[in-house]
Design a protein around this ligand. Sequence first.
Ligand code: SAM
Length: 268
Amino acid sequence: MTLPLRAKHALGQHFLRDESLLERMLDETPLKAGDSVFEIGPGLGDMTRVMARRAGRVLALEIDKDLVPVLRTQFALDKHVNVVEGDIMTADLPQLLTPLGAFHVIANLPYYLTTPILTLLLQLPLPIKSICVTVQTEAARRVLAQPSSKEYGPLSLLAQYRTQPRAAMSLPRRLFTPPPHVDSTFLVMPALQQPPVQVQDEAAFWRLVQASFAMRRKTLVNNLMSGYAFDRAQAQAWVQAASLPLTVRAEALTLEQFAALDAARPNR
Ligand code: SAM
């Protein structure tokens, strides 16, 4: 399929242009008539157009200065579609998104930013109803991974703390224009009403998770020693206070066990 503009590789531009595919993807989401949507990277606006027919409001944030005027012209008559130029990683998201009320995030994410964007969205203190995103399949596996698998890590824990993720559709590379080097998965992640575990301080909890996985091949005790400047005896006492074996690695711990480790943190 030819494009009206040259796709920018550096911005992760791989477009999904087939309207019937985009309709089927939206059918997989919890989007209901009248709901608000935040779209990251509308690109040529194909998904934006399909969403605009279903949603009450669409706010689309695009970094590419060349695409923004094309999008604004395309949606000039759709007063419920707002195209904003900006970078998802630096935009003032609370200011931009608060007027939407509760909203869904729907996006075909740029590959080079998949993990930073998901990490940002999953920690955003805003009323997100769901995060429905196309990501490379390897990233989807990390989101969905269970303990003791090689894909399991901070992203799995964060996603499963906030949402109930599922792989809704497989999207082979040939469906994209231009085709990327990897296949993709459409992830549908409805937000949980309540996290599955209670933690006292979420920011401190995520720092603990990151520190625990800092060196994957090392034991939890070793990672806690370097992450918290503890000597071995202190780190071992902490792990034992959480009823965990001294030889355990972070990749074996469930969300509940991380919460227990957090609760047993010395000098709280
Ligand atoms: N939604 C379109 C589609 O599915 O055809 C385009 C998806 S393309 C994979 C990713 C889009 O994100 C591109 O339009 C790209 O310009 C935009 N993008 C890349 N980096 C961005 C950033 N930091 N902030 C906002 N948009 C970005």
